[in-house]
Write a protein that binds this ligand. Structure first.
Ligand code: GRF
Length: 220
């Protein structure tokens, strides 16, 4: 079982999706950490009997001290992969440099489009025909690390941001566990900070088709 630590600031639906798929896919969530003591994700973890811990930024002098305390706590659980699932803070470069295991993030847009907030509103305002979600490696650049996989969703003429967000979220719940499963199986590895699949560098993000991740091909 690959040991996975999850960082989350919000409701935790992606955490629940990880938990639902983990046993079958060869990974287990060993701890959930949040900067928000009231986060739904922490409550979910407590209810599921998973280690749940808030680390509160206001209790630390600055971002780098907070990050060091957070990742000291995370690494005590000996995770082999760290997953940011709705973790809403930028992680300082020195803290990132010290983390000895891969760290991934799920972001609700087809990166490099729309890093940051309000992605669904921005995709609609741009008149995009498709939108979606991306899983990428975490680097100091906000939502800017190497891409691993994406899920695409067609924008419908009558979409508003909540409707579009809900359809994207449904795909996130498949995309994120599928990516973690690839780490768990040993097919997805890191070489000098770049994702490799089956011993080859990943030259384009994998695409979620139905329930599975596939290498480049025609879009659904
Ligand atoms: C998701 O849309 C994720 O892509 C983004 O934050 C949201 C978290 O939702 N980074 P949840 O807490 O997993 O329900």
């Amino acid at each position: 079982m690959l040991r996975v630590a999850v960082l989350a600031s919000g409701r935790g639906s992606n955490l629940a999706a990880l938990q639902a798929h983990g046993a079958q896919a060869g990974f287990g969530v060993v701890g959930v950490f949040s900067d928000k003591p009231e986060a739904g994700a922490l409550q979910y973890a407590r209810d599921a009997g998973i280690h749940a811990q808030a680390v509160v930024p206001g209790h630390y002098e600055d971002r780098s001290r907070f990050d060091l305390a957070l990742f000291d706590a995370v690494m005590e659980l000996r995770p082999e992969l760290i997953v940011c699932a709705g973790y809403m803070r930028i992680i300082s470069a020195p803290a990132l440099a010290r983390i000895p295991v891969p760290m991934i993030n799920i972001h609700p847009s087809l990166l490099p489009l729309y890093p940051g907030l309000n992605t669904h509103v921005r995709a609609l305002a741009a008149g995009d025909a498709e939108h979606g979600a991306s899983v990428h490696l975490v680097t100091p650049e906000l939502d800017g690390g190497p891409l691993i996989a994406q899920a695409r969703v067609a924008v419908q003429p009558d979409d508003d941001a909540p409707r579009l967000a809900a359809r994207v979220l449904e795909r996130e719940h498949r995309l994120l566990p599928a990516c973690v499963a690839l780490f768990a199986s040993g097919r997805l590895t890191l070489h000098q900070g770049q994702p490799w699949l089956d011993g080859e560098p990943l030259t384009a993000p994998l695409q979620l088709r139905g329930e599975v991740l596939v290498q480049d091909g025609p879009v659904e």
